[in-house]
Design a protein around this ligand. Structure first.
Ligand code: ADP
Length: 481
């Protein structure tokens, strides 16, 4: 069932329940008021007759003749109010003319109750109509016997009018409720349709995007500042991110193919050379060719190893969390750098002691990448200086060189995968173009970062910033003990 239908049904259902309750309350109030009006009328009519008899009966005549003054009952009747007076034996002594040949039915038990002094209200259903009857004792003040019940007065009223009014009210309320519900359902369906239309549009566009496999498309902006605008923005943002990732992926595949093609071509060329000219080549030539091939294979292995590492980084692989003596790592890297120096002077500058939390091998790799670059891009005779400062909040390790430097326009890109500045021509220097992106990832995976300052022809300084390891107070005390 669609949200639209569900919304409309809920809305109409709740409204129906409210209207039903309201109508029931209204109807019962109305019928109560109408019936009470009838009761009040017949009660007051009976009261009037009682007081007529009391005021009109002459006590002297009553003493002598034992007769009371029967009222002209027609004065007290109207077209639908009937009056009847009975004596103590139950004989009818007076009837209103509108009763015709009929008389008001007498109920034995109410008659007895009347003679005992209490008034009774009841409803009678006859063949012609429903009657509401008030039956009350007729009391006079007898000079001899005091208050005496001399008979019963009955006032009846047809409920025909009240019943007709209530029937009309039932029809009116029923029709009103039905009409309101129909109207509400219609308006509700229309409104939910209008409110949900943008979602249909979003779905359509999303479908088109997925069918056309075109990630560059975007959903049209929604002008309102509501949930749908938020949804559209989020969806567009997600598409943007997907497009970016997809392009990165494509670029990476293109770069990797490109990077692998050159060494493979070199390998194939050299293999051809070996096969065709085996007899003609001198042992030195063969040695050269084999060395070149070995170099290319080493480069390819490094490239594949670097790519593997970066794919782990992309997959969010967690690094180890061990306590690392960073100064010891730097010393290792320094020793290795001395072997790679190739005419460049490698120096160990300021070196504080510093502990950090992380993966020793990865940190070693990071610093080696920086030092490797520094040596690669520094001509013979230049200097590469390694230093470590333990500051309050940060541990800083810097690798400064007096090499070729990096152009301003290249600086924002050097941490990107496969980015190489033309000036550096690092392909010839044997780099894979992944060294700095790996270094950046390692730094960030340790909760730190890498910065660079460089000037063309003057040199570059790469700085690694890491959070120092703070042993907890308890642990420090344990060690001291
Ligand atoms: P590569 O394997 O090409 O060295 P990197 O990712 O390590 O790849 O470095 C990217 C680019 O940054 C290099 O091609 C080079 O242009 C520049 N670069 C890195 N380190 C230095 C440096 N110390 N001096 C000058 N340029 C550098």
């Amino acid at each position: 069932m669609s949200i639209r239908t569900r919304l409309t049904l809920w809305y109409t259902g709740i409204l129906a329940a409210i209207l039903l309750l309201f109508s029931l309350a209204l109807y019962s109030l109305l019928s109560q008021v109408l019936y009470e009006q009838v009761d009040d009328t017949i009660r007051s009519r009976a009261g009037e007759i009682s007081s007529y008899i009391q005021t009109q009966t002459d006590p002297l005549r009553l003493l002598i003749t034992r007769q009371v003054q029967i009222p002209p009952v027609d004065v007290f009747s109207t077209s639908n109010t009937f009056v009847q007076i009975l004596d103590r034996q139950g004989n009818i002594v007076a009837r209103s003319a509108n009763l015709g040949d009929n008389f008001l039915p007498i109920r034995r038990e109410s008659f007895d109750q009347n003679l005992a002094g209490s008034a009774v209200l009841y409803t009678l259903t006859t063949a012609q109509a429903r009657l509401r009857i008030y039956s009350a004792p007729l009391i006079i003040l007898d000079p001899l016997e005091g208050e005496t019940i001399i008979g019963v007065v009955q006032v009846g009223m047809s409920l025909h009018d009240v019943d007709a009014t209530l029937l009309t009210a039932r029809y009116a309320i029923g029709l009103g409720v039905a009409f309101t519900l129909l109207l509400a359902a219609g308006v509700g369906a229309f409104m939910s349709h209008a409110a949900l239309r943008p979602i249909d549009q979003i779905t359509q566009t999303a479908l088109q995007i997925s069918r056309a496999e075109d990630l560059s498309r975007r959903l049209p902006a929604v002008r309102t500042q509501d949930e749908l605008a938020h949804l559209t923005d989020t969806f567009n943002e997600m598409l943007g991110r997907l497009e970016e990732l997809f392009q990165q992926q494509q670029r990476l595949v293109a770069d990797v193919s490109h990077e692998l093609r050159t060494p493979l071509t070199t390998l194939r060329g050299n293999l051809d050379l070996l096969r065709r000219g085996m007899e003609r080549l001198s042992p030195e030539d063969i040695q050269d060719i084999l060395q070149t091939m070995e170099g290319e294979i080493t480069r390819m292995s490094r490239l594949v190893a670097d790519l593997l590492l970066l794919s782990q980084a992309d997959a969010g692989v967690q690094i180890k969390q061990e306590i690392v003596e960073l100064d010891a790592v730097l010393l290792d890297v320094y020793r290795q750098a001395l072997l790679m120096a190739d005419g460049v002077r490698v120096e160990l500058g300021h070196e504080d002691r510093a502990l950090v939390l992380g993966d020793r091998d990865r940190l070693h790799q990071l610093l080696l990448n920086l030092v490797d670059n520094a040596i690669k891009y520094t001509p013979a005779g230049g200097t590469v200086r390694l230093s470590l400062y333990r500051r309050e909040d940060w541990v800083q390790v810097s690798v400064a060189d007096t090499g070729v430097g990096i152009a301003k326009e290249d600086l924002p890109h050097i941490f990107e995968r496969f980015y190489r500045s033309d000036r550096a021509r690092s392909r010839q220097t044997g780099g894979t173009g992944l060294g700095l992106s790996i270094a950046k990832w390692i730094a960030e995976a340790h909760g730190g970062h890498l910065t660079v300052e460089s000037e063309l022809g003057v040199g570059s300084t790469f700085t690694l910033w890491l959070k120092p390891y703070q042993p907890r107070a308890g642990a420090a005390e344990n060690r001291a003990a």
